[in-house]
Write a protein that binds this ligand. Sequence first.
Ligand code: BGC
Length: 994
Amino acid sequence: MPPAAAKLSFRAVVFDMDGVVTRTADLHAAAWKELFDDYLRARADRGAGMFEPFDAKGDYLAYVDGKPRQEGARSFLAARGITLPDGSPDDPPDAETIYALARRKDELFERRLQRRGVAVFDSTTALIHVLRSRAVATAVVTSSRHGREVLQSAHVTALFDVILDGTDAARLELKGKPDPDIFLAAAEHLKLAPRQCIVIEDAAAGVMAGRHGGFGLVIGVDRGGNRQALMRSGADIVVADLGEVDVDALDRRFRNRTSASPREPEDAWRVEQEGFDPAREHEMESLFTVGNGYLGVRGSLDMPLPGSQADLFVAGIYDRKQPALPYSELEFLTARRDEYAYAERVPLPFPYRLRVSVGGRTLDLVEGPWRELRRVLDLRHGGLQLFYLFEDKQGRRTAIETWRCASLAEPHLLLQEVTVTCENHDALVEIDTSLHDPDLADHDPHLRALVPESADDVELRAYATQASGYTVALASRARLSGESRDRVYVQAQGKAGVALRLRRCVAIHTNRHDADPIAAARARAQGFSWDAFDRARAAHEACWAEVWRSADVTIGGSVATTQALRFNAYHLRIAANRDPRTSIGARTLSGRAYEGHVFWDVEIFMLPYFVRTFPDIARSLLLYRYYTLDGARSRALSLGYRGACYAWESTVTGADATPRQIILKTSHKKIPIYTGHEQVHVTADIAFAVIRYFEATGDAAFMTEAGAEILFETARFWASRCVRKDDRYHIEAVTGPDEYHHTVNDNAYTNWMARFNLEHAGRMQRWLARQAPEIWKALRSKLAIADEEPALWAAVAEALYLPQANASGVIEQFEGYFELRDYVVPASERFHPPLRRLFESEKINGMQLIKQADVLMLPLLFPERFTREVLAANYRYYEPRTDHASSLSPAVHATLAARLGLPEQAQDYWRRGLWLDLSNTMGNGALGIHAASMAGAWQTLVYGLLGIHVGDDGPVVDREAGRRLPARWQSVELSLYHHGKRYPLRWTAGEEER
Ligand code: BGC
């Protein structure tokens, strides 16, 4: 190093130990392999499944690397469909529990360690020497309890200012990666802010942890086969070895990344993926979905692979259940075949399908060989770009770049542009744009292909659903640059370095809106010219500019947070339509989970977002409930009640589409599902949303034309559903938001919500009679509301039993809950999808373990009704008993923790919700994004962290907000609607002190 070397801008580097500093990753991988192979073989010998060995590379990287031992054992076994009880740390090593397996792994590792000793990566120690000579501090972290021992036997202890290993992590109660705890603790020990430090990691979970912790830069070390996972997890740079790192170049990179420019860096406007990982392709397809609410197309490659889930979904197109499609999670088999004709949303053929050949050879990831693949989601303009580079054995390189969008200006229109460049050779280029899917029956089992007459300049495809009677038509036109006519199949002589461009539009119509959808699709695609494409793209991008005027949130000081907020806002916008006959499925139009069913997620989690950003969309979502009132009325009747009872899972008619039973694939155990007939709180949730929408918009036309009818019919339902005992009304045999307890009486949440519904129906009846007596008269006669009915609603509301806080301030979740076996959830059991719990559903019905916020929903929705003490008592009681197996739960806890003045817990829960999809923290992103969590994270930011209060003069940021926000944030900018006006809001760090 020259003596005058410049001072570096980063102050410390935090190294992960295994695989970055020490060569212990191989020892770990081998110990895991020995452990699992023994275990799996013994299982197979017992006849429980086939023996499939542990892959010391793939399985190690995907499931166990970087995680605490128990966590690693659990995730690998879960991937094999095996669930074991946790057991306890004292279990003997041969017990069949997670603890016992973890312990055995530890023994195997130690044995290997003693036999082989520890080697270090010389390139890493060389880098450490350079760093230290230039006044950069160094730290090392590991979740291994043997960390210090390992460093000592490798003689490298003296190279670090701070060492934190698994023993320290347990003592300090630090959570395992991908939680940033251990890295944050290292920064704290170094007395530095995370943004002043660089993290170096070889595990995807560790890269995520560095990213979530807000570190200045995260370097991934890929020692083979893990590059894509590291990039996707948020690594800024990936190297094969630290010998590649030049400290001055690193410094430049660090400065560029963290320099606070007045304008938001472009990074926060896009989400990128490099490379290809077959195991995570379905997850990527969910993240890179394009759409406009009318339709959504998953982000599959233009030349889809045989295993792709390259679905197009059109809102409102449902059909009878197909046994070939799983219910929600992959572990579920379809139980009884339900004859309801609108039971599940229909996956439709991929509309961007291409086949590209160069010099007679097909170019796709199967035929390859490919060198580069990149997907870039352009959030600002609502488009997806894909870049592919193929190179054959002779070194001939061909680049393909594509761009696609689902027009926000014309919802029936898709655009695609394709550029093929033979980079260093000449060859015949052929592009076939035919939408024909040879595996239609497997991919889209609901469809029967119709044969409309195509011409060779336009391709027409049409499909009929099996039972629901829908017809979906696609018209595709494509044209090569410089040509005067459209063709389905084009060919041209490719010249070295000269790009060939093709543009295509696909129009999609269904008989939901058009009597002749084939003619409508043909007409829309007709006359589509090269220039029309430019105009259509400009119109689409102008719509997105409008979207961001209302929806953008920027965080000064954290590009990663801004990016995540924008990604979520993008997905929420493309999920929503202004068609009042459809609503948003739990996983939007981005995946198959929950079969496109609509839950309370919309009214309680998403609507508060839409009300303040796109009030017209919020209106349309509520109108969907208005148009499905008939279904809700029939349902109430069939259950023996009056009025309207909304479906727990709804599609297009309002009939309940919840499955009654599921079958677990691995054990064939049948699990009854109670939610369909018991989770009646959804009815009151909808009424609640009607009122909150009205309060936020003052939209009297909506209230008179639709809202009031919803309120009256739902109040009627409750008046007949509540039972009178002694002098009180009670609600019996329900399931609350916590789905682990079914058939309970007086669930506090349900009772509170029902009372709200009854009270507000009465209020709105008086309002309507005053404001619009004619409409009230007409409605009264349409619904045959008897004169005494409004008084009955008030009487039931008044006498409805509302569980109150006990002497400790805690509200009992339902009658008898406090008598159940107590259960405080260990950290390792939190934030997993509920799959494991289904194996023991009856057992957990008898425990205090809960799935998601239930009582805690009340102070969230009625903050003014609970004192701080009662909120604190309930949070303290229920939070440790909640396993957050629903993605809806973290945001609720985040908001309440923020209100309680627990900033660290608030931020921790908030980050979980905010990055749930981008980091796939629940591991089920393949089936679509989690819209309620996205909107929930927005609610936490607005109402929890910023503490925004909406008064008569519009929204105002709480003056104390700074105490709840992450220290590195310099500013927050966003805007909210109130009564038709958009209010720009800004919080700036330090202002409250002035
Ligand atoms: C949750 C429900 C939610 C549904 C759809 C379930 O796991 O428990 O509250 O409505 O998922 O998101």
